[in-house]
Design a protein around this ligand. Sequence first.
Ligand code: FAD
Length: 638
Amino acid sequence: MSTDLQSSKKTDDENPLIAAAQGMSEGKQEAMRVTEDAREKVGREKSIGGKLFIGEFDKSKVMPFPMQSAEDKKIGDEFIAKLEAFLVKNLDPEEVDRTKEIPEIVLQGLGEMGIFAMKIPKEYGGLGLSQTNYNRVVMKVSSYCGATAGFFSAHQSIGVPQPLLMYGTEEQKKKYFPRFRKGEISAFALTEVDVGSDPARMEATCDLSSDGSHYILNGTKLWCTNGTIADVIVVMAKTKPKVIKGKERTQISAFILEMDSPGVEVTHRCEFMGLGGIYNGMIRFTNVKIPKENLIWEEGRGLAMALGTINVGRLTLPAACTGGAKQCLSIARRFGKSRHQWGQPIGQHEPGREKIAYIAATTFAMEALTYLTSAYADEHKMDIRIEAAMAKLFCTESLWKITDMTLQLRGGRGFETARSLRARGEEPFPVERAMRDCRINTILEGSSEIMKLFLAREAMDPHFVRLGALMSPKSSIGDKVTTAFKALLHYAVWLPKNMLFASSTDFEEAKELKPHFQFIEKASKKLAHSLFTSMMKYQAGLEKRQLILGRMMEIGTELFAIAAACSFALAKSKELNGDKTPIALANYFATISERRIQERFQLLKDNDDKETNALAKKVLADEMRWLEEGIIWIGKKE
Ligand SMILES: Cc1cc2nc3c(=O)[nH]c(=O)nc-3n(C[C@H](O)[C@H](O)[C@H](O)COP(=O)(O)OP(=O)(O)OC[C@H]3O[C@@H](n4cnc5c(N)ncnc54)[C@H](O)[C@@H]3O)c2cc1C
């Protein structure tokens, strides 16, 4: 299949997804139309992740592994050494967790160091760090204090710097970037009480004043990280709807807002199970004036801007999770050797070994994904939305499992706070805090469920481009016949190619890891075939078969992780003068990942989805309320 296909971003009538949604509720149609409209157009090279879903494994995108250059590494090493010394001296993460405050001296020191201008180019007074170095900083800080990492990454990855880097005017960059070098803090305000994963329901409005000189913002934003202390934020709101073919279409726009503007009020600081020190709040806007020049990009492009920002911003989460995983590995290794029960170290009992092997190998794969996606971002060549989503999905889910395993290995000490452990003279390993801190990662910046939906939309895009007219009820008979004929010619070649689940590429350079690369090539063909046959089988109904789609997206994600881990192992082994331990880690990771992939392929054919749906429907229809008897009721009476 040709890989330089254009994205299927089309008008409503031409877009097969929107056309197919026409039987659905108004709300669902609007949600689909708004998100389809905000979908980024593919302008760069087709990505390795996207190709896996059409049966192609582009090894040139992973081999040789793009290791950080010595020059760039030196810049990162120097900054990180300074930062580490400062944090160890001035920041006690347990105190941050207890008091829910990051000390003023730390905020000030970080600002002076330039932490709020890390990715801002030098020409605007920033540090100009590469994505790789930025992610190394995130990894380091996350291994120590999740709240501090969350605080500066929310500013840098999704707050004002990132949207302005991507969509800002020269004037906006010149005005705001130098302020961040001086220590000012920003935030990103998209979420509302009724706007979580589905931004089409947005209620905040921003109307142009009658003289056209400024906008007027009204509404309330929820869970805005840094919102209670930010100097300036990016805020998304509805602007005047556009009338297209007689129908009103929601327009979401993005603005830079000074937090000291009259009418801005922080109404609540939110408190969470973890990340105690983040300054996250609910903000109310009442007739807030925003100068016209503070509009980012153009009217109606606010959601596209938000999604585009998060597409890059979410590269931070794999790094943050890798930092957490490395800390778990260190704790599991030390405790696994030193704690003796039943005649031997607990790490030497087989269940202990199983946990330690999983933690080590998965941490290695997470690091590989972090460095690979960082390198892609630094190269600026490839469209990396799919890889960023895969890395986010894989690393956030993996860290949760790793932390849980580490806690189990620590036994009662895993459940005890670091403060309590320290007070009675034991190693203050903060696994309990890590567990609370890392839980949010699978939810924010695109939950795991939304990541799979996003991946599915992108994975199916090449087929939508070819088969769109067949799926759209609005296409004429002529269009359908032409499309069917063209599709027949294409799929007559493509389908048989992807039914031979064989590897034809030479992976000699992969040496002992060669079988894993061959596995990726074979499995990607099988995946492409499964996706295509599911599309044919369920047609427009596939959108609702999220469990089927989810399994296929997990397979694609695992394949990408194997490719990253194996290629990283080859490069790392060379860097360590022929040390074979990276190969052992990649080999083990690929082996357990391949087993998960086989299980998911099996589940595509043989699953309990029908029963799952039926039972959940009964529960939601209140048919099993009797099962809740015996509890003390919490919340509103039903
Ligand atoms: C600590 C913290 C910090 C945050 N920081 C920010 C910030 O700085 N700025 C900001 O704007 N927002 C922020 N958020 C909001 C965060 O991005 C949202 O929580 C997230 O977008 C999910 O929205 P929701 O919680 O309303 O979940 P909902 O959208 O209500 O979803 C609830 C559940 O349903 C699932 N779900 C939803 N839709 C579907 C679907 N179509 N198919 C399958 N499953 C679905 C979700 O995956 C989730 O599991 C933060 C939240 C927290 C808790």
